[in-house]
Design a protein around this ligand. Structure first.
Ligand code: GTP
Ligand code: MG
Length: 208
Protein backbone atom coordinates (compact mmCIF):
# COMPACT_ATOMS: atom_id res chain seq x y z
CA UNK A 1 0.00 0.00 0.00
CA UNK A 2 1.28 3.47 -0.92
CA UNK A 3 2.37 5.51 2.08
CA UNK A 4 0.27 8.62 2.56
CA UNK A 5 2.27 11.83 2.47
CA UNK A 6 1.51 15.10 4.18
CA UNK A 7 3.44 18.13 5.39
CA UNK A 8 1.88 18.43 8.82
CA UNK A 9 -0.28 16.34 11.08
CA UNK A 10 -2.66 18.15 13.43
CA UNK A 11 -4.07 16.05 16.19
CA UNK A 12 -7.28 17.40 17.70
CA UNK A 13 -9.32 16.03 20.59
CA UNK A 14 -13.02 16.35 21.33
CA UNK A 15 -13.72 16.27 25.06
CA UNK A 16 -16.65 17.03 27.36
CA UNK A 17 -19.36 15.26 29.33
CA UNK A 18 -21.29 12.32 27.97
CA UNK A 19 -24.18 13.08 25.62
CA UNK A 20 -23.19 16.67 24.87
CA UNK A 21 -22.88 15.80 21.17
CA UNK A 22 -19.15 15.27 20.53
CA UNK A 23 -19.60 12.28 18.20
CA UNK A 24 -22.32 14.09 16.26
CA UNK A 25 -20.17 17.19 15.90
CA UNK A 26 -17.50 15.00 14.32
CA UNK A 27 -20.05 13.18 12.17
CA UNK A 28 -21.41 16.49 10.92
CA UNK A 29 -17.96 17.85 10.21
CA UNK A 30 -16.67 14.78 8.38
CA UNK A 31 -19.78 13.48 6.65
CA UNK A 32 -22.43 16.19 7.00
CA UNK A 33 -24.61 13.65 8.81
CA UNK A 34 -26.49 13.60 12.12
CA UNK A 35 -27.47 10.55 14.16
CA UNK A 36 -30.43 11.12 16.51
CA UNK A 37 -29.86 7.69 18.09
CA UNK A 38 -26.11 7.70 18.49
CA UNK A 39 -24.65 5.40 21.13
CA UNK A 40 -22.27 6.55 23.83
CA UNK A 41 -18.68 6.32 22.62
CA UNK A 42 -16.66 3.52 24.18
CA UNK A 43 -13.10 4.64 24.85
CA UNK A 44 -11.91 6.64 21.86
CA UNK A 45 -12.71 6.81 18.15
CA UNK A 46 -11.11 8.92 15.48
CA UNK A 47 -11.63 10.42 12.06
CA UNK A 48 -9.40 12.28 9.62
CA UNK A 49 -9.67 15.00 7.03
CA UNK A 50 -7.03 16.33 4.64
CA UNK A 51 -6.87 20.02 3.94
CA UNK A 52 -4.47 22.18 1.95
CA UNK A 53 -3.43 25.53 3.36
CA UNK A 54 -0.81 27.67 1.63
CA UNK A 55 0.15 24.69 -0.53
CA UNK A 56 0.87 22.61 2.55
CA UNK A 57 -0.95 19.34 2.89
CA UNK A 58 -2.28 18.99 6.39
CA UNK A 59 -3.80 15.88 7.82
CA UNK A 60 -6.29 16.65 10.56
CA UNK A 61 -6.70 13.74 12.92
CA UNK A 62 -9.65 14.14 15.28
CA UNK A 63 -9.96 11.95 18.35
CA UNK A 64 -13.49 11.66 19.69
CA UNK A 65 -13.34 10.64 23.34
CA UNK A 66 -15.98 9.03 25.57
CA UNK A 67 -17.47 11.47 28.06
CA UNK A 68 -18.46 8.83 30.56
CA UNK A 69 -16.48 8.99 33.78
CA UNK A 70 -15.49 5.32 33.66
CA UNK A 71 -13.38 5.89 30.54
CA UNK A 72 -11.58 8.94 31.91
CA UNK A 73 -8.23 7.25 32.53
CA UNK A 74 -8.22 5.81 29.00
CA UNK A 75 -9.30 9.00 27.27
CA UNK A 76 -6.91 11.35 29.03
CA UNK A 77 -4.04 9.22 27.74
CA UNK A 78 -5.01 10.40 24.26
CA UNK A 79 -4.47 14.10 25.06
CA UNK A 80 -0.73 13.76 24.50
CA UNK A 81 0.46 15.32 21.26
CA UNK A 82 -2.87 17.04 20.58
CA UNK A 83 -2.42 20.53 19.19
CA UNK A 84 -6.03 21.50 19.76
CA UNK A 85 -8.96 20.61 22.01
CA UNK A 86 -12.63 21.25 21.40
CA UNK A 87 -14.33 21.22 24.80
CA UNK A 88 -18.05 20.67 24.40
CA UNK A 89 -20.98 21.28 26.73
CA UNK A 90 -24.73 21.04 26.17
CA UNK A 91 -26.57 24.38 26.46
CA UNK A 92 -29.62 22.51 27.81
CA UNK A 93 -27.72 20.93 30.73
CA UNK A 94 -26.04 23.35 33.14
CA UNK A 95 -23.99 20.59 34.82
CA UNK A 96 -22.15 19.93 31.56
CA UNK A 97 -21.24 23.64 31.45
CA UNK A 98 -20.05 23.63 35.07
CA UNK A 99 -17.84 20.66 34.25
CA UNK A 100 -15.88 22.72 31.69
CA UNK A 101 -13.63 23.69 34.63
CA UNK A 102 -12.93 20.01 35.24
CA UNK A 103 -12.12 19.37 31.58
CA UNK A 104 -9.75 22.33 31.49
CA UNK A 105 -7.91 21.05 34.61
CA UNK A 106 -7.76 17.62 33.04
CA UNK A 107 -6.16 19.17 29.94
CA UNK A 108 -3.66 21.08 32.04
CA UNK A 109 -2.72 17.85 33.75
CA UNK A 110 -2.57 15.54 30.76
CA UNK A 111 -2.31 17.71 27.64
CA UNK A 112 0.53 19.61 26.00
CA UNK A 113 1.30 23.00 27.49
CA UNK A 114 0.51 25.06 24.38
CA UNK A 115 -2.66 23.27 23.37
CA UNK A 116 -5.24 25.49 21.63
CA UNK A 117 -8.75 25.38 23.00
CA UNK A 118 -12.19 26.20 21.67
CA UNK A 119 -15.19 25.91 23.98
CA UNK A 120 -18.39 24.83 22.22
CA UNK A 121 -21.91 25.23 23.60
CA UNK A 122 -23.67 22.56 21.54
CA UNK A 123 -27.38 21.93 20.79
CA UNK A 124 -28.05 25.60 20.03
CA UNK A 125 -31.12 24.41 18.11
CA UNK A 126 -32.78 23.60 21.46
CA UNK A 127 -33.07 27.23 22.50
CA UNK A 128 -36.38 26.66 24.32
CA UNK A 129 -34.66 24.16 26.67
CA UNK A 130 -31.63 26.34 27.25
CA UNK A 131 -30.09 26.31 30.77
CA UNK A 132 -26.91 28.21 29.90
CA UNK A 133 -27.03 31.63 28.28
CA UNK A 134 -24.66 32.60 25.50
CA UNK A 135 -23.31 35.32 27.80
CA UNK A 136 -22.31 32.73 30.41
CA UNK A 137 -20.48 30.77 27.71
CA UNK A 138 -18.64 33.88 26.53
CA UNK A 139 -17.71 34.77 30.12
CA UNK A 140 -16.23 31.35 30.76
CA UNK A 141 -14.22 31.47 27.53
CA UNK A 142 -12.90 34.91 28.46
CA UNK A 143 -11.86 33.55 31.83
CA UNK A 144 -9.82 30.82 30.19
CA UNK A 145 -8.76 32.99 27.22
CA UNK A 146 -10.18 30.53 24.72
CA UNK A 147 -12.37 30.96 21.67
CA UNK A 148 -16.08 30.23 22.03
CA UNK A 149 -18.93 29.25 19.73
CA UNK A 150 -22.43 27.91 20.10
CA UNK A 151 -22.95 25.02 17.69
CA UNK A 152 -25.61 22.63 16.53
CA UNK A 153 -24.62 19.21 15.24
CA UNK A 154 -28.28 18.83 14.26
CA UNK A 155 -28.53 21.74 11.83
CA UNK A 156 -24.79 22.26 11.31
CA UNK A 157 -24.61 25.77 12.75
CA UNK A 158 -21.00 26.80 13.37
CA UNK A 159 -19.64 23.25 13.05
CA UNK A 160 -17.30 24.09 10.16
CA UNK A 161 -16.43 27.36 11.85
CA UNK A 162 -15.46 25.58 15.08
CA UNK A 163 -12.88 23.45 13.28
CA UNK A 164 -11.78 26.43 11.17
CA UNK A 165 -11.21 28.39 14.34
CA UNK A 166 -9.03 25.82 16.03
CA UNK A 167 -7.05 25.08 12.84
CA UNK A 168 -6.42 28.81 12.35
CA UNK A 169 -5.20 29.10 15.92
CA UNK A 170 -2.87 26.14 15.54
CA UNK A 171 -1.52 27.73 12.36
CA UNK A 172 -0.82 30.93 14.31
CA UNK A 173 1.33 28.74 16.58
CA UNK A 174 3.19 27.31 13.57
CA UNK A 175 3.49 30.61 11.75
CA UNK A 176 6.94 30.14 10.27
CA UNK A 177 5.72 27.09 8.44
CA UNK A 178 2.92 29.07 6.78
CA UNK A 179 4.68 32.35 6.15
CA UNK A 180 4.73 32.22 2.31
CA UNK A 181 1.28 33.80 1.86
CA UNK A 182 -2.10 34.17 3.49
CA UNK A 183 -4.10 32.29 0.93
CA UNK A 184 -6.16 29.40 2.17
CA UNK A 185 -7.10 26.74 -0.29
CA UNK A 186 -9.53 23.92 0.01
CA UNK A 187 -8.78 20.34 -0.72
CA UNK A 188 -11.20 18.33 -2.81
CA UNK A 189 -14.25 17.41 -0.74
CA UNK A 190 -13.30 19.54 2.21
CA UNK A 191 -15.81 22.11 3.26
CA UNK A 192 -14.14 24.45 5.68
CA UNK A 193 -15.49 27.97 5.86
CA UNK A 194 -12.84 30.56 5.14
CA UNK A 195 -12.31 32.51 8.32
CA UNK A 196 -8.96 33.95 7.27
CA UNK A 197 -10.58 37.39 7.15
CA UNK A 198 -11.28 37.22 10.85
CA UNK A 199 -8.34 39.05 12.34
CA UNK A 200 -9.90 39.38 15.75
CA UNK A 201 -8.55 36.09 17.06
CA UNK A 202 -8.41 35.50 20.76
CA UNK A 203 -5.46 33.87 22.42
CA UNK A 204 -6.19 30.24 22.91
CA UNK A 205 -3.28 28.66 24.66
CA UNK A 206 -3.43 27.42 28.21
CA UNK A 207 -1.52 29.61 30.57
CA UNK A 208 1.19 27.54 32.18
P1 GTP B 1 -20.43 10.25 24.68
O1 GTP B 1 -19.92 9.47 23.51
O2 GTP B 1 -21.16 9.39 25.66
O3 GTP B 1 -19.37 11.05 25.34
O4 GTP B 1 -21.55 11.31 24.09
P2 GTP B 1 -21.36 12.36 22.93
O5 GTP B 1 -20.91 13.64 23.54
O6 GTP B 1 -20.54 11.81 21.84
O7 GTP B 1 -22.86 12.62 22.42
P3 GTP B 1 -23.54 12.14 21.06
O8 GTP B 1 -22.93 12.80 19.88
O9 GTP B 1 -23.59 10.67 21.03
O10 GTP B 1 -25.00 12.77 21.23
C1 GTP B 1 -25.82 12.49 22.34
C2 GTP B 1 -27.27 12.75 21.98
O11 GTP B 1 -27.48 14.14 21.71
C3 GTP B 1 -27.73 12.00 20.72
O12 GTP B 1 -29.08 11.60 20.91
C4 GTP B 1 -27.65 13.04 19.65
O13 GTP B 1 -28.51 12.78 18.59
C5 GTP B 1 -28.02 14.32 20.41
N1 GTP B 1 -27.39 15.52 19.85
C6 GTP B 1 -26.08 15.72 19.58
N2 GTP B 1 -25.85 16.95 19.10
C7 GTP B 1 -27.05 17.56 19.05
C8 GTP B 1 -27.48 18.87 18.64
O14 GTP B 1 -26.71 19.74 18.22
N3 GTP B 1 -28.83 19.15 18.75
C9 GTP B 1 -29.72 18.23 19.22
N4 GTP B 1 -31.00 18.60 19.29
N5 GTP B 1 -29.35 17.00 19.63
C10 GTP B 1 -28.04 16.67 19.53
MG1 MG C 1 -19.53 10.04 21.64
Amino acid sequence: MEKESYDLLFKLILIGDSCVGKSNILLKYLKNEFDPNSRATVGVEFGTKNIIINNKKIKIQIWDTAGQERYRSITSAYYKGAKGALIVYDITRKCTFDNIDKWISDLKLNGDKNICIVILGNKSDLDDKREVSKGEGIKKSEMYKTAFLETSALNGDNIGKAFDEIIDQIIQNNKSFFEDNNKKEMDKGVNLNDSSKDNDKKKCCLAS
